[in-house]
Ligand binder design. Structure first.
Ligand code: 5GP
Length: 318
């Protein structure tokens, strides 16, 4: 997670007490060789697809691990199966990136262009049957997302639900690690700080919710279809990150139906209901940002529509 041992800052710097002795040179050389070793391990993990290329690239920018942050872009690119020196040089030239640049040190426009290229390249090297994907399901408050999703999971037991982390306390019957990872505010801060969340948001102006990145990517790498039931702000972040996903928006059959549903579930007082309805109006305006809109009139029908959508949009025969 943090920097590798033995390669931290300090020691051998200007003004160090070993100045002038051969020790500095030896320490320097030991550090360089440790760094080389770590980079070689990193490359090997990338080349054997144990590590996700796009995720590694995303982490590099803010990483304090010199082996990662300072990895040369041409090295990184050439770890991709099928990318040799010639292809790597051509790609970097096309993107206007110096091959000696480091993956953590690219300018923003270079980063965006390189990431796009990388996503395309990695898709091509995924083993055919192991193409997992993300499905983001969002919708306005009280639209009945949870009910539709549990019906959907009954119809397609092969789907994996991502388990979010939240600072909200558990409700009766909710199980830690199953419904959510219930964490303290400090733990949530640490997840953000260590870049462990794919997206996160404050929902309904109260608690924070976020999608842990590692389990999602691991399941996706294993060829699974992973469902993220998240709010609209979170869905936007997933899209902005350039994450390949199918974005589904669930809507009520009418606004009145939504208001009725909110009232009949009786979990909010009238003020809170008004507030949520106002939010819902705003949220409904986001439908155009999604790939597909599913109407939740009858739960089974809505779940069946999603099953059909998954089938129709499956990337390569799973
Ligand atoms: P609840 O507290 O009722 O379980 O969930 C409240 C809202 O939080 C739901 O609308 C749900 O979509 C959203 N939510 C749950 N997990 C996540 C998450 O990981 N990220 C984001 N952005 N929203 C989430």
């Amino acid at each position: 997670m943090s920097g590798p041992s033995g390669v931290g800052p300090g020691g051998g710097g200007p003004g160090g007490h070993n100045e002038g002795s051969g020790f500095d040179a030896r320490a320097q050389s030991a550090r360089s060789s440790a760094l080389r070793q770590q980079r070689a391990e990193l490359k090997a993990e990338l080349a054997s697809l144990q590590r996700d290329f796009v995720d590694t690239f995303d982490r590099a920018k803010d990483s304090d691990d010199p082996a990662l942050h300072g990895l040369r872009i041409d090295w990184f690119l050439r770890s991709l199966p099928g990318v040799g020196p010639t292809k790597s040089a051509r790609i970097l030239q096309d993107l206007g990136i110096n091959p000696r640049a480091t993956i953590g040190g690219l300018r923003i426009n270079q980063r965006t262009a390189f990431r796009r290229e990388l996503v395309g390249l990695t898709e091509r090297i995924q083993p055919r049957r192991l193409v997992g994907r993300l499905v983001v399901i969002a919708g306005p408050t009280a639209v009945g997302k949870k009910t539709v999703i549990s019906q959907l999971c009954e119809m397609r037991p092969d789907l994996e639900m991502s388990v979010s982390a939240t600072t909200r306390p558990p409700r009766p019957g909710e199980v830690d690690g199953v419904d959510y990872y219930f964490v303290s505010s400090e733990q949530f801060d640490a997840l953000i700080e260590h870049d462990e969340l794919m997206e996160w948001a404050v929902v309904h102006g109260t608690h924070r919710y976020g999608t842990p990145r590692t389990p999602v990517l691991r399941q996706k790498r294993a060829g699974k279809t992973v469902l993220l039931e998240i709010d609209i702000q979170g869905a936007r972040q997933v899209r902005e990150r350039g994450e390949e996903a199918l974005f589904i928006f669930i809507v009520p059959p009418s606004f009145d139906a939504l208001a009725e549903r909110l009232e009949s579930r009786g979990t909010e007082d009238p003020d809170e209901r008004q507030r949520r309805l106002a939010t819902a109006v705003e949220e409904l305006g986001a439908r155009g940002e999604f790939d597909h809109v599913v109407v939740n009139d009858v739960v089974e029908d809505a779940a069946r529509d999603i099953v059909d959508l998954l089938q129709a949009t499956t990337p390569r025969g799973d």
